[in-house]
Design a protein around this ligand. Structure first.
Ligand code: ADP
Length: 480
């Protein structure tokens, strides 16, 4: 069995207490390797290394940081197939999707390599003739980056690239399900030639590593992508030392189709927004509101697209939907369907899955499913499903659909399909969401702000907004 190490202060090391945990393939249960079960003292060592490195790294020129990021970008691109294979084996998404994620992940590194050179300050006209006002930006300091399993590569680079570009140093903790992709990215980061301690990777005990990051005053910023529950915990812990926080949490995206929409485009968008990563994305559409006039036609078109989708092990050719991450996830999806059916919901397609492995916690697959006859009190209408289920609800008016769409504590992404420009703009403005896909089912790219309203998070990642998250503003008042 392959024994992996974590990366602290430029060295590949085991956990200080010697313990490990196993990483398995969610499609087959095959053990892929052992990874250090890092604890509090390993996190402390990483913080120490990052703090030491910050003193030099924060003083490097933007050009130096940019060049290193460019090298990392090129290495990621040239290892695309290898990283994708690792990702599919530990996460389950089909290979072609894993490759697309590697390129998406790389795009953040490229974009921030360029953006590193554009951290501009400002001069402000002074209120007295013998004063000058200067505003500059400085890296915030040591950053703790905690990432989830659904995008094992992109969530690492979306955080690390802007942090490193801005002159911060990082302690990253990947999700326990998918540390191997992170380890591969760090091998390439080492190859690119970043100085020791600038980027550290600690795998292992989430609560201990999280607490070590939170308790240490040298860590000035936490950037987290994951569940709203853990995000709330981190927010409470961050208050002790008033750490800067970026939180990218859960979602419950509405997908609204008006009767004047291009229905083929809407169905295509529905598939893109719902089935990427088997529905396990925080911007996955979770509630489909379809105008009553086109409701039946939309369902016919949707059904005909879904019946062609192939479910299976993501390493095999032609697979569209891989396994869900684990048994717990499968049970949640099943519970959402059972609850809907028990309250009068109707299964129009699919509605079930299968357990295709000898191993208890692996090999859980779900068929694309369409549900109708739904009511607002059902679980699926209120909780993030993280599975390939499309609940379709008819609506009559703009007011009614906006009210239903906003009736949630989440506010990450929403999708609207209409061919009316004025309706599209009005509805986009009325939706309480950080991201609106207007006739677009795939809005995520490196140059745009990604983040949510309400309990979907704080701050934005991506674009120049994502860089600002790692910069402090300093105002220097100069007396002449
Ligand atoms: P999910 O339910 O999708 O796995 P989580 O929010 O539990 O989402 O996990 C996202 C990331 O947060 C993972 O890297 C996980 O290990 C980490 N995590 C979980 N609990 C804590 C915690 N108490 N403190 C810090 N990190 C945590």
């Amino acid at each position: 069995m392959k024994e992996y190490k974590m990366f602290i202060d430029g060295k590949w090391v085991a956990a200080s207490n010697g313990s490990v945990f196993l990483v398995t393939n969610p499609a087959t249960g095959e053990v892929l390797g052992s990874v250090p079960n890092g604890c509090n003292s390993d996190a402390k060592n990483s913080i120490e290394a990052a703090d030491k490195a910050f003193k030099l790294w924060s003083k490097t020129t933007a050009n130096v940081r940019s060049e290193l990021l460019k090298k990392w970008f090129e290495l990621i691109v040239s290892h695309k197939k290898e990283i994708a294979k690792i990702m599919t084996s530990e996460q389950g998404k089909p290979l072609q999707e894993a490759e697309a994620e590697v390129m998406y992940a790389a795009s953040f590194v490229e974009w921030y390599a360029e953006e590193a050179k554009r951290v501009y300050g400002e001069t402000i006209p002074a209120w007295k003739t013998d004063k000058r006002i200067l505003v500059t930006k400085q890296p915030v300091g040591v950053v703790g980056a905690i990432t989830p399993w659904n995008f094992p590569a992109a969530m690492i680079t979306r955080k690390l690239a802007p942090a490193l570009a801005s002159g911060c140093t990082v302690v990253a903790k990947p999700a326990p399900q998918t540390p191997l992709t992170a380890i591969k990215l760090f091998e390439l980061l080492e190859k690119a030639g970043f100085p020791n301690g600038v980027a550290n990777l600690v795998t292992g005990n989430a609560e201990e590593i999280g607490a070590a990051l939170m308790d240490d005053k040298r860590v000035r910023k936490i950037t987290f992508t994951g569940s709203t529950d853990v995000g709330k915990k981190l927010m409470a812990q961050a208050s002790n030392s008033v750490k800067r926080l970026s939180l990218e949490l859960g979602g419950h995206a509405p997908f609204i189709v008006f009767d004047d929409a291009d229905l083929d485009k809407a169905v295509e968008g529905a598939l893109a927004s719902k089935f990427r990563n088997c529905g396990q994305t925080c911007i996955a559409s979770n509630r489909f509101y379809v105008h009553e006039k086109i409701f039946d036609t939309f369902i016919v078109k949707l059904k005909s697209m879904l019946t062609g989708l192939k479910v299976g092990n993501g390493t095999e050719e032609g697979i569209d939907l891989g396994p869900v991450i684990d048994k717990k996830s499968y049970e949640k999806i099943s519970r959402h369907i059972e609850d809907a059916v028990a309250r009068g919901g109707e299964v129009l397609l699919g509605g079930s899955g299968f357990h295709g492995s000898e191993v208890e916690d692996a090999g859980y697959f779900f068929y694309p499913t369409i549900l109708s006859n739904l009511t607002e009190d059902m679980l699926i209408m209120n909780e993030e499903t993280f599975g390939p289920i499309i609940p379709v609800i008819p609506f009559k008016t703009e007011e009614e659909v906006v009210k239903s769409a906003n009736n949630t504590n989440y506010g990450l992404a929403a999708y609207v399909y209409t061919n009316s420009l004025s309706r599209g703009i009005k509805i986009s403005e009325a939706l309480e969401y950080g991201i609106v896909g207007l006739n677009d089912g795939a809005p995520s790219t490196a140059q745009t702000p990604f983040g949510g309203f309400k309990e979907s998070g704080i701050g934005r990642e991506g674009g120049h907004y994502g860089m600002e998250a790692f910069l402090e503003i300093k105002y220097v008042s100069i007396g002449l």
